[in-house]
Design a protein. Sequence first.
Length: 223
Amino acid sequence: MMTNKEILAVDALMGSTLQTVVPLEQPSFISVSGSESIVVKPGAYGCQIQDVDSNQYALRWYLDFPNGAKRNDVVLPQEHIYFLTRCWLVPSSSCTEEYGGMMLLALENARREKKHILSTMELTNARLNKIKNYSPLPAGKNNNLLGDIVQKAFNFRHVIKLKGRNKELQSRLDVLERTYPLDDDKVIIGPTKDVWYEKEGVIAVKKKSKYLWIGRFKFRDLL
């Protein structure tokens, strides 16, 4: 029988060093039958570097739910339940080490780039709206039919170009937000302040080597 740590060791995103994770309390919920407790047993966790520049790690762990749980039409299976998210190692601003300084510089550059992208997208959308709102002069008011046709053709080509630019900007923005902890609303800072966690993650079961998503979880803010 595989040990707790061996169960996750087959996952490349867990890295080579795994540790035991122990629940501090048994969760409970209120059902039509009253208060019901859920039996949770220890599992294991591990992480693996995903991006060197941003110090991003894949963070995964599992807990054992030997009896499962059921509330209304929601069923928690009787097996290992996996929790998948990401975290970043973020050195303090007073860090003088070369690597820590490089990471902070990369994070600051990513924030500036995001700001620039959003500003450019706003300007691009304003141009798109201006083109969409274009209307030719009414008949008899010095309008030029041929000129209107040419203008519409020009506008069409310009709209295609602007939409393509927006698509490229959005793609770059998506990469930045996947790589760096740029949105304060989506990140929670750990107790030691130098580890930032993605606030929401995925709950899954594992079938052979594949994860099957069954829900989502969210870290609570520290009091």
